[in-house]
Design a protein around this ligand. Structure first.
Ligand SMILES: [Zn+2]
Ligand SMILES: [Zn+2]
Length: 112
């Protein structure tokens, strides 16, 4: 039992669609990473999503960022960029990229 105490990893039983699981296992095999690592990575992102500033490229946690009251997007803590400074075509591109996050997170990256 003392071994368990030292090991911060825990074992959970989750039910995943067989096809989804098989596809994920194949991708993990191709990338040479364990499935548990992929799940852990995603859960880490899921519980505290991070983004890269589209202007300066700084990585920041959504939890640490503030939402711009005007555009509703996260303000980069480094350069203070948000959607407001973008021209319309870039803003549309960012908007659609952000939808990937929102699909993955089943909601907004950061709730206002
Ligand atoms: Zn920035
Ligand atoms: Zn803004």
């Amino acid at each position: 039992m003392s071994k368990n105490k030292l090991d911060p990893k825990s074992r959970q039983t989750v039910t995943v669609d067989k096809d989804v699981l098989n596809k994920a296992k194949k991708v993990c095999g191709d990338k040479h990473i364990p499935l548990s690592g992929a799940i852990e990575n995603f859960l880490d992102f899921f519980s505290n999503p991070w983004v890269y500033c589209f202007k300066c490229g700084k990585k920041f946690d959504s939890i640490d960022s503030e939402l711009c009251p005007k555009c509703g997007w996260m303000i980069c803590p480094e350069c203070k960029a948000c959607r407001c400074g973008l021209d319309e075509r870039v803003a549309v591109a960012v908007f659609h990229m952000r939808r990937v996050y929102e699909d993955l997170l089943a909601g907004r990256v950061k709730e206002s």
